[in-house]
Design a protein around this ligand. Structure first.
Ligand code: F6R
Length: 237
């Protein structure tokens, strides 16, 4: 696992460079994307590069990590809404090539999502954030390392962290559909971003290199192409 310490803007530029170079060299590039506050500077940078004519997303497919159960795309707290508003509607990507797990899933097996990723050729670059409890996507502490896409109950700490986006904590959905740790590990390259003081503790735990279900992100130690991007604050412990 490689650690890179940069400021927020340079993290966004560095990862955008990787993504643009992938798009320019691969016929059918596939990106794995995350929501949350952390990847926003990256999405702004990608929009900027599209607007400056440096890159087109016409041939790109994207798969998002997760979605709240019970929220549809018109709900402004859904991750589909987040992606449409913070990235997809500002670039020339075909919305039909953008996939977010179905938060309104009923009888379907969540594994349909891994099958779709496979059919698309697998994820070339997976972008991740990290929760203060070490979750990646919505794989909470204790999650199985062998998991593919599934429905997961959110831990109290995650509900509390995410309540900042909702009118009240009671409005935060209690379940999410999420790519599993194995789905994430199947990506050919992974970039995890952690910025701000709130992530310092979890990053100091991750740096110990101990692989444990208590820290879901620690499974990344077993992947051969992972870069952890941290800013000074996240790297401060
Ligand atoms: C979002 C996701 C989550 C976030 C994590 C950090 O799709 O999968 O794991 O990456 O909760 O969220 P922020 O970036 O808001 O601190």
């Amino acid at each position: 696992m490689k650690y890179v310490v940069l400021n927020k803007d340079d993290i966004a530029k560095d990862i955008a460079d990787r993504i643009v170079s992938l798009i320019k060299t691969k016929e059918k590039p596939v990106l794995g994307l995350a929501t949350g506050s952390t990847p926003l500077p990256l999405y702004e940078e990608l929009i900027k590069r599209y607007k400056e004519g440096e890159v087109s997303f016409k041939n790109v497919k994207t798969f998002n990590l997760d979605e709240y159960i019970g929220l549809d795309e018109l709900n402004d707290q859904s991750y589909r809404y987040f992606m449409n508003h913070n990235l997809f509607s500002h670039i020339d990507i075909d919305l039909n090539n953008t996939y977010v797990p179905n938060g309104l899933i009923k009888d379907e097996d969540p594994l349909y999502y891994d099958k779709m990723i496979k059919e698309a050729g697998g994820i070339d670059i997976q972008v991740l954030g990290i929760g203060t409890d070490g979750h990646i996507a919505f794989n909470e502490p204790g999650a199985s390392f062998d998991s593919l896409t599934h429905i997961e109950a959110l831990k109290e700490s995650t509900i509390k962290d995410n309540s900042r986006f909702f009118a009240s904590i009671d409005d935060v959905p209690r379940y999410a559909i999420t790519m599993g740790l194995k789905s994430i590990m199947n990506a050919r390259e992974i970039v995890l971003i952690a910025t701000g003081k709130a992530k310092a503790k979890v990053i100091s735990e991750l740096k110990k290199g101990i692989i444990s279900n208590d820290l879901p992100a620690s499974i990344l130690n077993k992947h051969n192409n992972v870069t952890i991007y941290v800013d000074e604050e996240a790297n401060s412990l």
